[in-house]
Write a protein of this length. Sequence first.
Length: 112
Amino acid sequence: MVVGELRDESVDALFHALADPTRRDILRRCAVGEPSVSRLAQAYPMSFAAVQKHVAVLQRAGLVTKERRGREQLVRTAAGAVGRARQALDELEATWRGRVDRMSDLLGPGTR
């Protein structure tokens, strides 16, 4: 199944990445700045490697990008990333609204 221009795999990766509260928090932090992976790791009660894995999941989903500057890897929110999630949800909502409208039409007047 294709949701608009988004393929199932990319939608799955996107929502898998957004399903975790730590990853959502990392995404919020990256939206207001460009923290390094080490700086992000200081913000969480987990190992550097665990934070690195969270960042990798976000990166695979296309939600963040990493850029090496000297010895640091800066993490930033990818342009249009949240828009892709919104697009997938909007298209799903449109599909369901269409189904509800068709069911209401079949059931007759006064069902909406």
